[in-house]
Design a protein around this ligand. Sequence first.
Ligand SMILES: O=P(O)(O)O[C@H]1O[C@H](CO)[C@@H](O)[C@H]1O
Ligand SMILES: O=c1cc[nH]c(=O)[nH]1
Length: 342
Amino acid sequence: MGVQDSGSSADNEYPDGSVRLRNPHIQLMDQDILYHLALGSESHDLVSMFGDVKFVCLGGTPKRMEQFAFSIMDEIGHKLPAGTTLLDISRYSYRYSMYKVGPVLAISHGMGIPSVGILLHEVIKLMYHARVRDPIFFRIGTCGGIGIEGGTVVISEDAVDGLLRPTLELPVLGKLLQRPAKLDKKLARELKSLASAEDPYDTVTGRTMCTYDFYEGQGRLDGAFCDYTEADKMHYMTQIHKAGVVNIEMESLSFAALTHHAGIKAAVVCVTLMDRLKNDQVLAPKEVLDEWQSRPQILVSRYIKRYLSMKGRLSLDGPGGSMCVKSPRRFKLVQQESETYD
Ligand SMILES: O=P(O)(O)O[C@H]1O[C@H](CO)[C@@H](O)[C@H]1O
Ligand SMILES: O=c1cc[nH]c(=O)[nH]1
């Protein structure tokens, strides 16, 4: 099977901006159970729960995404009804965590391509069932930098695998399915323009390598096994750096390939935890790591705030000061399950 390119994300969209489900079987099913999200197309009113979503933000850990949900709530001035708090909508899946703050969904994706791939299948179907239009997906992550110091924010221009191929490979029915891993270049540029000269850290763009492993797959010398020398590692790191790779992580390939196939605009923003030309271990103290992890969130928050204010949707004049909707159906005020009484 050759690489199957479904075109650019813009070419891919239906004229009304709905998310493209490239699966004829779904429409024929009585119900669709989004098993790992603990949601279903019949058991839940997905349109009223999620129809107003515009931004889907994914990141590795439940804690990071909960923190992001609370911080974006402050940033966009979204108020919860008195006596309510944010709840993990997918808590009964015991797999992923999902929080909803007005038009923003924050979901944890776990580690690696299989975990983020399963989640993306279900989140893309969720967008379809909820009739969300033109959603924008972000991955807010951590990574190892190459030739850049810890704490640097990297916006991915493209994603490649450990062999520098911009393609997600998946064995399907005994054949190798290949899908191009493409990110939205304009979105990456817009994000870059939101980095401020006042930020006490650098924000760069570049090529991201996505691997199937944290240790040997990323050429570390500190795994349980290692069959190469430090010189071999440095040779590889230098070669990939010359090929434009500035950071290494473990989800961007699947994230880019599946969003592109669905016609969804997507960007990957990660903070580096170390410079892999200098060391392999995560040595920074916890408080430093926590602050570093907030940096991609800050950039994505700026994008969301700017988008909403440009669309006139940052408005506090709705009931209880909640985000209120000026026009389209997808921005109507809804009582979210994430805001139920706890
Ligand atoms: O910080 P997150 O989003 O989990 O991403 C990175 O961290 C994990 C490895 O520690 C991998 O999942 C890698 O991609
Ligand atoms: O080096 C790193 C750091 C975070 N995540 C990765 O995948 N690699």
